[in-house]
Design a protein around this ligand. Structure first.
Ligand SMILES: [Zn+2]
Length: 359
């Protein structure tokens, strides 16, 4: 492979292709925000009122899933991360999407609670007069001839009754809300150690999404492609001498080590490339903002390594590490200028000023 090419767009690789490599992750992050802010908000509204059929919920899930990974809702192809995982809270390694099935159950739970609490609604009085007729709501079973909507409410009652009718919860005197019901249904899982990277505002959104994939080993590196029998041999595109996997590509490859050294010199830290997440968590610096900027530097470098690795795969040309580092440095400085205007401590300001001065 050639090394030392400085003009990265002049050797037969269309710029549009390079842009598509870069935009792939950024677009997914944008789509994730769109799904959360728009599609799921629409669903949340209707789920608060109606008991939605399972097929409808499955269809909404499938549309959101294909839109997230492929940008449209027509194709169903394998995803890099399971939908169940994506629907976990950020601290548990997900993207914080709502599980629509659980949210619908939690929302309908309010009708169950109104009946239990004999809330002052015309509908509740009607239910007690027509359906329950002084029967115990806790043990009530609907007749097979009842309407689908009523049987569905009774089904939700069976799911939630272990929480909703519990004396200890009733004793709190709280009003039931969909949020409380969702918390009951969404069992708390293990927190992932890397979740602080996901809420670091110094990371660009596309870098956050990228780190989320890396942390779960979901990038399509050659070791994974080999396991899937998509390729026949595994050889790192950047050094050409070792097998490619996440650890090798970002931390142990000679090329990546050179980039990391340049970054470490600029940030004036010693990066422990074998345990980057743990190194960063235990890193002691004078300000949290400084710590977040260091994480942004590492994340931006990893993203750039992946970007140039894809470029090498197409063009067989390895850029000089200094070019990769310069790109990282420019992006980190731009992010600092955009995000640290307000509320920065004097210690952090001094540090960021000296960092920008070392450009
Ligand atoms: Zn390598």
């Amino acid at each position: 492979m050639n090394e030392g090419k400085s003009n990265l767009f002049s050797n037969g690789v269309p710029e549009s292709l390079m842009n598509s490599i870069e935009e792939a992750t950024g677009m997914k992050r944008g789509r994730a925000t769109l799904i959360k802010a728009v599609f799921h908000s629409l669903h949340t509204y209707w789920a608060r009122i109606f008991n939605l059929p399972k097929t409808v919920l499955n269809k909404i899930d499938a549309m959101c899933r294909t839109f997230l990974w492929h940008g449209n809702e027509a194709k169903e192809r394998p995803a890099l991360v399971s939908w169940d995982r994506i629907c976990k809270p950020v601290k548990q390694g997900g993207l914080g999407f709502k599980n629509l099935h659980k949210w619908n159950i939690a929302s309908i739970g309010k009708y169950v609670w109104w009946i239990e609490a004999k809330a002052d609604h015309l509908w509740v009085r009607w239910v007690h007069a027509i359906y329950l007729k002084h029967q115990n709501w806790h043990n009530y079973n609907p007749s097979p001839s009842s309407s689908w909507a009523w049987r569905k409410i009774c089904w939700v009652k069976e799911i939630l009754k272990q929480f909703l009718f519990e004396a200890s919860w009733k004793a709190t005197g709280q009003q039931y809300t969909s949020k409380i019901g969702y918390r009951w249904l969404d069992e708390e899982g293990m927190k992932v150690v890397w979740h602080p990277w996901m809420s670091n505002r110094m990371l660009q959104p596309k870098h956050t999404f990228f780190i989320w994939l890396v942390a779960q080993n979901r990038l399509l590196t050659q070791d994974r492609l080999l396991k899937m029998h998509i390729i026949q041999a595994n050889c790192c595109f950047l050094c050409g001498s070792e097998e490619e996997n996440i650890d090798h590509l970002f931390f142990n490859c000679l090329f990546s080590k050179r980039c990391l050294n340049l970054l470490a010199q600029w940030l004036q830290v010693i990066i422990h490339e074998n345990e980057v997440i743990h190194w960063w968590i235990h890193l002691r610096v004078r300000s949290l903002l400084v710590k977040h900027i260091i994480a942004a530097g590492v994340a931006t470098l990893m993203y750039q390594i992946w970007y140039y690795r894809n470029y090498c795969r197409i063009d067989q040309v390895v850029p000089r590490p200094v070019i990769v580092f310069q790109s990282v440095r420019t992006q980190v400085c731009t992010r600092i200028r955009c995000k640290t205007e307000i509320g920065m401590s004097s210690i952090a300001k001094k540090w960021t000023d000296s960092l920008i001065a070392r450009m």
